[in-house]
Every structure is written in structure tokens, then in C-alpha cells.
Design a protein around this ligand. Structure first.
Ligand code: FEO
Length: 387
């Protein structure tokens, strides 16, 4: 396995996880990569590593350029094990390497690996000289863990952004002009919605810190490297981190006998009439991580459940729990459902949405099966409210 040169003397030496389909609950239909980068200079520097089970793939790629024993520095931008998991293996070979990490990075790495490696702690604005180049560090706590930082080489205009700007895509292609850009953006959106969304204000701080950097290449720790669409992905991050939405509604529901589904379609008709793009997400066939990809750009989040044993359906509760953890802000909510006698699910949906800080603007509750007349009224009432 060979390294891929991304700029003169700088190589991608990561690993491709073609088989990955689940990343702690996030469905990764396209697999992923763990990107590590090798900088050849007076001090040989490795930036991040890969998941433990793919350590040999990374070491083989490093060996295609240089003897890994010669590595002087290993920059650990992030402790999470998809990026630090191969540290124990590479440290067995690069015995004299110094690990450069953030103040929380050293705590995390020690807690994970119980090793007394040679560490150097850096803070925002610190720089290390590696010969012709300097590597500058910016701490970006909570994008995605408290330890995160990014590394910037001014001489090359490259930022190694770790989790930020990543996407879960396994591919033989490395660059954003070699792979369908719509797919890369969609996977970046899915990644943001499922991993980064709770940390919007920290993302905005990080964007502010790097805004004066000249950037030719964004080299993230997952997926495709940005070199032809750098401004595009930065603009998307500005949009997503500010919770800016489109004129769009995501309609999420489960159904027992089809009545809640009928209400869902009436809501969609009404919102379509009001000019909204609508996306239907039946929880029986849609994964919650894919629903988040739609939710992140939606002004309306509509959630429906019939009542079963005095409760909302477990599929709906699971989605709401997942959504609440990701803390989308500034969305409007509509709750709905059919019921036989109790009808508690609609109140529960409303309470849950409010506890997740969504603004519940409308409720729809129908006994048993909605008639044509009921559905027409649902559409006209809602249209009146949203137009
Ligand atoms: Fe890709 Fe937070 O690890």
C-alpha cells in the first residue's frame, strides 16, 4: 500500500475502512477512512494515526516513503481511538518520537494507553519548527472532544482539521475533484448532523480563529481531502453551525394501522402548498442518522406517533432521544398522531420537543382513522398557520 502525495513532501498515509457500516450508532453506508499525514522535513512528522486494527496499513504506507523508525514527531490532534488507536503500534517502531498534543490531549492519551511516552503539550498559537516548515496549533475544544486541536502549516497553506470537515466515505480517491462533489457534501452534512451538531458555538469560534489563515487544502481525519471546494465546505460549516435552515420540513413518524401515516402525508401536502420542500421519514425504514441529515437543513421538524400502551411508539422515542442529544436549535415543531382511546402520545411528543427546546407551533390529534374531511381540515388548518 502506497502513500499519496498531497503536496510536495506531504503524504496521506491513512487507512481505508471499506467494511465500516456503523460508527457508534451512525449508519456509515459508504464506509470511512482514518486519515494520517506524513510531513517529510528535517524533523519527520506524522499527523494523527488510524484505528488500531488498521495500524499495519498505515505503517505500510509510511514505509513506502521512509523508515517509520525515523519519525521525530507525532502530532495527536484528537484522542478518540479512530485517530489515536495506532499510537501504541507506531510508538513501538518510532521509539524516539515525541508526541505533540493539547493539554486535554495528554490527559486523554495517558488515560487511554497508560504509557509514559515523551509528550510535548501545545496551546493555541504555539508553533513547532520542523525544518523548512512550521506547524501552528489551534485548540478547538469540543470539535469533537475537549482535547481537539487543528494543525496548520502556513508555508504550505494546509490545515489538518481532524474531525472538522470530515465525511465517512471509503474511496480509492483522495481529493474533492476526484469524487462526486454532491456525495461528498451530503456525507459532510451527515457527519456534521450526527457528530458535530451539538458543538455549533465551538465550531463558530474555531472558524473565527482560522478565518485569517490562507488555506489551499483542508486535510480532515475522515474521508476526502478538500482542495478544489475549500470555500464551499467552509460556507456550509458557517451555515450548519449557525443553525440556518432552508424552506424545508422533515416529517418523521411511525404508524400502526396507517392513520398516523395519513396525517403525515396531509402535513406534507399542506407544507408543499406553502412552498416548503418536504421529506418523509417513516421510522420503520429510515435510520435515525439519515433523518438527522435531513433535519439539519429543515425549518420544521414534524414528529408523529400513534399511542401504544399509553405511550408513543418506541421507534419514535428512540429517534427523539437521539435528536435531543444532538441539540438542534431554532427549529419549529409540529406533533401529531392518531389514537384509539388514551391519546397520550401527542402530549408526550409535545413535552419532549419542548424539553429539546424546539418551538411547538401546532398539534394534530385524530381518533382512530382520519376521514377525508379530517384530512382536508388538517391541510387547511396547517396551511393557514404556515403560509
Ligand atoms: Fe473521528 Fe472524534 O473522532
Amino acid at each position: 500500500m502506497k502513500a499519496v502525495e498531497i503536496k510536495k513532501g506531504i503524504y496521506w498515509v491513512g487507512a481505508i475502512d471499506w467494511d465500516l457500516r456503523n460508527f457508534h450508532g451512525y449508519l456509515t453506508q459508504r464506509g470511512s477512512t482514518y486519515n494520517a499525514y506524513l510531513v517529510i522535513d528535517e524533523k519527520i512528522t506524522l499527523i494523527d494515526t488510524v484505528k488500531a486494527h488498521l495500524a499495519s496499513e498505515m505503517i505500510e504506507r509510511i514505509s513506502s516513503i521512509i523508515d517509520p523508525e525515523k519519525i521525530d514527531y507525532i502530532v495527536s490532534n484528537h484522542v478518540e481511538m479512530d485517530h489515536s488507536g495506532a499510537l501504541p503500534e507506531i510508538m513501538k517502531i518510532a521509539k524516539n518520537a515525541k508526541i505533540i498534543t493539547s493539554p486535554n490531549g495528554i490527559k486523554g492519551l495517558k488515560a487511554h494507553y497508560k504509557k509514559d511516552w515523551d509528550f510535548e503539550v501545545v496551546n493555541s498559537g504555539d508553533t513547532i519548527n520542523i525544518g523548512k516548515r512550521n506547524i501552528q496549533f489551534v485548540l478547538t475544544p469540543m470539535v469533537h472532544w475537549p482535547d481537539n486541536m487543528v494543525s496548520y502549516i502556513e508555508e504550505e497553506k494546509i490545515i489538518f482539521s481532524n474531525d472538522a470537515f470530515g465525511q465517512h466515505i471509503a474511496s480509492a480517491e483522495r481529493f474533492d475533484d476526484e469524487f462526486a462533489i454532491d456525495i461528498i457534501i451530503e456525507e459532510a452534512r451527515k457527519y456534521y448532523a450526527n457528530i458535530v451538531l451539538p458543538y455549533g458555538s465551538q465550531v463558530q469560534k474555531a472558524l473565527e480563529q482560522i478565518k485569517n489563515y490562507a488555506i489551499d487544502i483542508i486535510a480532515p481525519s475522515h474521508g476526502i481531502i478538500w482542495r478544489s471546494h475549500v470555500n464551499k465546505i467552509i460556507q456550509e460549516y458557517v451555515k450548519w453551525s449557525s443553525n440556518t435552515t432552508d424552506k424545508k420540513a422533515v416529517i418523521v413518524y411511525d404508524t400502526m394501522w396507517g392513520s398516523t401515516k395519513k396525517i403525515a402525508y396531509s402535513i406534507a401536502n399542506s407544507l408543499k402548498s406553502a412552498g416548503y420542500k418536504t421529506v418523509m421519514c417513516n421510522l420503520q425504514v429510515n435510520h435515525i442518522s439519515d433523518i438527522m441529515t435531513e433535519l439539519i437543513t429543515s425549518e420544521y421538524v414534524c414528529v408523529g406517533s400513534p399511542t401504544l400502551n399509553n405511550n408513543m411508539l418506541p421507534t419514535v422515542a428512540a429517534f427523539l432521544t437521539y435528536m435531543k442529544g444532538l441539540a438542534p436549535k431554532g427549529r419549529k415543531a409540529i406533533v401529531f398522531g392518531s389514537y384509539g382511546w388514551g391519546g397520550q402520545s401527542i402530549g408526550q411528543l409535545k413535552n419532549f420537543m419542548e424539553s429539546a427546546k424546539l418551538d411547538v407551533v401546532h398539534e394534530i390529534k385524530v381518533s382512530y382513522i382520519p376521514s377525508e374531511e379530517d384530512l382536508n381540515k388538517i391541510e387547511s388548518d396547517l396551511l393557514e398557520k404556515v403560509k
